[in-house]
Design a binder for this molecule. Structure first.
Ligand SMILES: [Zn+2]
Length: 90
C-alpha cells in the first residue's frame, strides 16, 4: 500500500475535531526549514507539538492540551514513510 501522506483523523482527541498532520518529510521536532508533524485543532492556526511518549499534544500558541494515542500516532507517522521520523532516530 502506497498511500500519500494526508491529514489523518486523530482518534481519541476530545473537545473538538483534531487532525494529526504528517507532511512529506515532516518531523515531530523539525529543524529549521523542515515540515512539522503535529496536531491541527479547532480555533487555532498553529500546529500543536506532539508528545508521543506522553500520549498528548500541546500547542504553544493557544496553550491547548489534548490527548492522543501515542502508539497510534507512531503507527501513522511510520506508515507515512521512512523519511518521516519522530526525531528519535537519525
Ligand atoms: Zn493552538
Amino acid at each position: 500500500m502506497d498511500t500519500p501522506a494526508a491529514p489523518q483523523q486523530a482518534e481519541t482527541v476530545r473537545g473538538g475535531e483534531c487532525v494529526l498532520v504528517v507532511p512529506p518529510r515532516g518531523r515531530v521536532f523539525p529543524q529549521a526549514g523542515e515540515a512539522k508533524i503535529g496536531v491541527e485543532h479547532p480555533g487555532c492556526d498553529a500546529v500543536a507539538d506532539l508528545a508521543i511518549e506522553l500520549d498528548a499534544f500541546f500547542c504553544p500558541s493557544c496553550h491547548r492540551n489534548g490527548r492522543v494515542s501515542g502508539a497510534w500516532c507512531r503507527d501513522v507517522i511510520e506508515a507515512a514513510g521512512p523519511a518521516v521520523t519522530t526525531g528519535e532516530r537519525g
